[in-house]
Design a protein around this ligand. Structure first.
Ligand code: ADP
Ligand code: MG
Length: 570
C-alpha cells in the first residue's frame, strides 16, 4: 500500500505552527492530553463491546502503556481501546471540527503578549496537537476494533501528514513521539526519564479509571552486576485510579478536582467552581459538577453539546447526558455516577426515567444555590460567572418555572443606581421609593443607548431606579416573569407611566385633562399626519427634556424584540 501525503486544513496548520514554536510554557500537558485520549478510547471500546456482541474485541486487559526509550529519544503512549478507522484518522487528526476555532485563531493573532496567548490556548485546548510542543515527529498507529486493517499517520507538523494502510496493526492506538533534541539548559524537560513521566501522570492523570502502566527502569547497578537486561520487567501502574466523586471531600485536593475537570471538559484552565453532591438512599448517586471559568465559543450555536458525563457504578456510559441538566445550565461540566441504572440505558430511556428526572431537578437546584452562595461568599468569582454565563442562565426564566425564583435570586442586573456595580432584584426592591409599585426596567442594545433614551427622563428627574437590560434574552423573560416579591416588572418604554404619590397623581390628572382639551386640535392633527405609523398621539409626563418619544402599549412587543423575531424568521 503506497504512502499518501495530505495537507492539513488551514486552521489545523496554524495551530500546529503555534505548537511547534511552543507558545505554551507548560509543555508537560502534552502527556495529559495523550492519556486523556487513550482513556476516552478505552471507555468507548468497553461501551461498544457491551452493546455489540459481535464486535469481537478483547476487553480483558484494557489499559494505557507508556514507554520511554532513552537511546532513541522516543516516547510512546499506547492504548488497546477503540482505535480509529482510516477515515476517522483523516477526519479527527487532520482537521479541526470545533466551530469556535476560526474565532479563536483570530483572537490569538490579536493577542498582545505571551500571557494573553497562553490564556487563549488554555481556553481552547489543543489536544493531540500538543504533542508537537515536545516532538519533532509524531507517528500514530491505529486499528479500529472490528476492522482488520490499521492506519499509520505520520507528521512533523509542518503542513503535511502521510497516511499508510498497515496489515498487522494491533487493535487500539499507539502514539510515538520523536522527542526534540535534548535541551541541555533545562533538565526538567527530559521526557525519557521515568521519574518525570511518573510525576506528570501522578499530577495530571491520577484519577483516570484505567491503569496507566510503565515498564520499570532497570536499576543502574543491577545491570552492571550481571550484565543482562533481558528479563521481562513487571510494569508498574502509575495512577491510583480512584474515582474522585466517590471519595470524601477531605481526601481530595482542589488540584485533583481541577485535573478531572480538565480531562472531561477538554479545557486547559481551572474551573471557576467545583460542586459535590452525594445522594444516599434508595436511588444512590454521586455528582461532581464544575462551572467553567470561560463560556465556550459555541455556547449559543445550535447543536452545542450540553450536559455532564454519566457513569453507572464507575463505568463510563455517555458524554453529554442532556437528561441530567436543563438547557440553560448547558455550560456545567462534570460526572454523575448512578448506582442503580442498567449499563445499557439509552438516551431515550433516560429522558423518561423518573429517577433521572428527580436527579435532574436536584442537580439544577444545587447549581443555582451554589451560584447564589458564590455571590456573597466570593463576589469576584460571581462577577466572572455572571459575565460569562448570565445570558444563558436567564433563558431558564422562560423554561424552568419551578426554579424561577432561584434563577432570579442567582441573577444580577445593571442599574441606574450604580454606574459600575450590578444589583439584585431584592436590593432593588429594598431601595424602592414610597408609593413606587413596580420594578422599572428598560431594554436596549447597550447601557449608553438606554441611558440616553428619552424614556428615561422622567425617571431620572425623579430619581427612580431603572434596571438596564442589554442581553437579547432580556427582551423575552421580562414578559414571562409576572412579578418579583409581589412587584410587577414594568418597562419604562411601555404604556402610561404614572410616577409620584396619589396626591400628585390626582393633581396631575386634573391638570392633564385641562391640557388635553387645550391641545386636542394639535393631537388630532398629529394623529392624522402620522396615520398608519402610530396608534395614538398623547400628552405625557414621562419627558422632561425631549419634545416627543415613541412608546409601545403595555402588551406590545418592543422594537428590539420585533427585530429578534424577524431575525429568527418569525
Ligand atoms: P479531543 O480529545 O478534545 O476531541 P484531540 O485533539 O485530543 O481532541 O483528539 C481528537 C480526536 O481524535 C478525539 O476526539 C478522538 O476521536 C480521536 N483520538 C485521539 N486519540 C485517540 C486514541 N488514542 N484512540 C482513539 N481515538 C483517538
Ligand atoms: Mg483529547
Amino acid at each position: 500500500m503506497p504512502t499518501e501525503t495530505f495537507e492539513f486544513q488551514v486552521e489545523a496548520r496554524q495551530l500546529l505552527q503555534m505548537m511547534i514554536h511552543s507558545i505554551y510554557s507548560n509543555k508537560d500537558v502534552f502527556l495529559r492530553e495523550l492519556v486523556s485520549n487513550a482513556s476516552d478510547a478505552l471507555d468507548k471500546l468497553r461501551l461498544e463491546a457491551l452493546r455489540d456482541d459481535s464486535l469481537g474485541a478483547d476487553v480483558s486487559d484494557l489499559h494505557i502503556a507508556i514507554e520511554a526509550d532513552k537511546q532513541a529519544r522516543t516516547l510512546t503512549v499506547r492504548d488497546n481501546g477503540i482505535g480509529m478507522s482510516n477515515d476517522e484518522v483523516v477526519q479527527l487528526i487532520g482537521t479541526i471540527a470545533n466551530s469556535g476555532t476560526a474565532k479563536f485563531l483570530k483572537e490569538l493573532k490579536e493577542a498582545e503578549d505571551s500571557a494573553a496567548t497562553e490564556g487563549l490556548i488554555g481556553q481552547f485546548g489543543v489536544g493531540f496537537y500538543s504533542s508537537f510542543m515536545v516532538a519533532d515527529e509524531v507517528t500514530l498507529l491505529t486499528r479500529r476494533a472490528g476492522e482488520s486493517q490499521g492506519t499509520r499517520w505520520t507528521s512533523t507538523g509542518e503542513g503535511t501528514y502521510t497516511i499508510e494502510t498497515v496489515d498487522d496493526a494491533p487493535q487500539g492506538t499507539s502514539v510515538v513521539l520523536r522527542l526534540k533534541p535534548e535541551d541541555s539548559e533545562d533538565r526538567l524537560y527530559d521526557y525519557t526519564s521515568a521519574w518525570k513521566i511518573k510525576e506528570i501522570v501522578k499530577r495530571y492523570s491520577d484519577f483516570i479509571t484505567w491503569p496507566i502502566k510503565m515498564a520499570a527502569e532497570p536499576a543502574a547497578d543491577a545491570e552492571a552486576e550481571d550484565g543482562s537486561d533481558d528479563a521481562p520487567r513487571e510494569p508498574e501502574t502509575l495512577n491510583s485510579m480512584k474515582a474522585l466523586w466517590a471519595r470524601s471531600r477531605d481526601e481530595v485536593t482542589d488540584d485533583e478536582y481541577h485535573e478531572l475537570y480538565k480531562h472531561i471538559s477538554h479545557d486547559w484552565n481551572d474551573p471557576l467552581e467545583t460542586i459535590r453532591l452525594q445522594a444516599e438512599g434508595t436511588f444512590e448517586y454521586q455528582a461532581l459538577l464544575f462551572i467553567p471559568a470561560h463560556a465556550p465559543q459555541d455556547m449559543f450555536m445550535q447543536g452545542y453539546k450540553r450536559g455532564v458525563q454519566l457513569y453507572v457504578k464507575r463505568v463510563f456510559i455517555m458524554d453529554d447526558c442532556e437528561a441530567l441538566m436543563p438547557p440553560y445550565l448547558r455550560f456545567v461540566k462534570g460526572v454523575v455516577d448512578a448506582q442503580d441504572l442498567s449499563l445499557n440505558v439509552s438516551r431515550e430511556i433516560l429522558q423518561q426515567d423518573r429517577q433521572i428526572q428527580l436527579m435532574h431537578r436536584r442537580l439544577a437546584k444545587k447549581v443555582l444555590s451554589t451560584v447564589k452562595e458564590m455571590r456573597s461568599a466570593a463576589p469576584e468569582r460571581y462577577t466572572t460567572f455572571w459575565r460569562e454565563f448570565g445570558a444563558v442562565l436567564k433563558e431558564g426564566l422562560l423554561s424552568d418555572f419551578e426554579n424561577r425564583d432561584a434563577i432570579l435570586a442567582a441573577s444580577s442586573f445593571a442599574t441606574t443606581h450604580d454606574k459600575d456595580g450590578p444589583t439584585t432584584l431584592a436590593q432593588y426592591v429594598e431601595r424602592m421609593k414610597d408609593g413606587q409599585e413596580h420594578i422599572f426596567y428598560l431594554t436596549g442594545e447597550s447601557r449608553q443607548a438606554i441611558e440616553n433614551s428619552p424614556h428615561m427622563e422622567a425617571f431620572q428627574a425623579r430619581g427612580i431606579e431603572v434596571l438596564l437590560l442589554t442581553d437579547p434574552v432580556d427582551e423575552v423573560w421580562v414578559d414571562a416573569v409576572p412579578e418579583f416579591d409581589g412587584k410587577q416588572l414594568r418597562s419604562v418604554a411601555k404604556g402610561e407611566v404614572d410616577l409620584g404619590t396619589e396626591e400628585e397623581k390626582k393633581e396631575a390628572g386634573t391638570e392633564r385633562e385641562k391640557q388635553q382639551e387645550e391641545f386636542a386640535g394639535l393631537l388630532a392633527w398629529m394623529t392624522g399626519r402620522l396615520g398608519e405609523d402610530v396608534k395614538e398621539v398623547r400628552l405625557s409626563s414621562r419627558l422632561t427634556v425631549s419634545p416627543a418619544c415613541v412608546v409601545s402599549d403595555t402588551d406590545d412587543v418592543t422594537p428590539a424584540l420585533a427585530n429578534m423575531f424577524r431575525a429568527m424568521g418569525q
